[in-house]
Design a protein around this ligand. Sequence first.
Ligand code: MN
Length: 134
Amino acid sequence: MSKTNSLFIRGEENTAYSQYFSGKSYLAMLAGNPDCPVSNVTFEPGCRNNWHTHQGGQILLCLSGRGWYQEEGKPARELHPGDVVDIPADVKHWHGAAKDSWFEHIAIAVRPDKGICTWMEPVSDEQYNALEKE
Ligand code: MN
């Protein structure tokens, strides 16, 4: 299984935030402008982040592989290259790879001056494993 075929750099293993992820991820800061930081996040198969909120919102641009996005109380949305996810401020959600695929997305922080992220509980294996059966 090829990891990714992105145009963008994958970066180093994301150890700084590993406590908020189930599985291994990689993070590359593509543009460090503090008013509009843009990063590339790559998830290994089965990897997803914890439930969280962004005080200003977040935009995801899906690049390669297959993944999932879910807002609390809603069905999960399957993600493919070219998909865009416009995440409103303060909406609890998670994103990550499918069980059998790497997944890569650009993450753009919206209004980072309001705050970047509040991390919450992990997505349980029970919740995650049920996705492919929906
Ligand atoms: Mn997010």
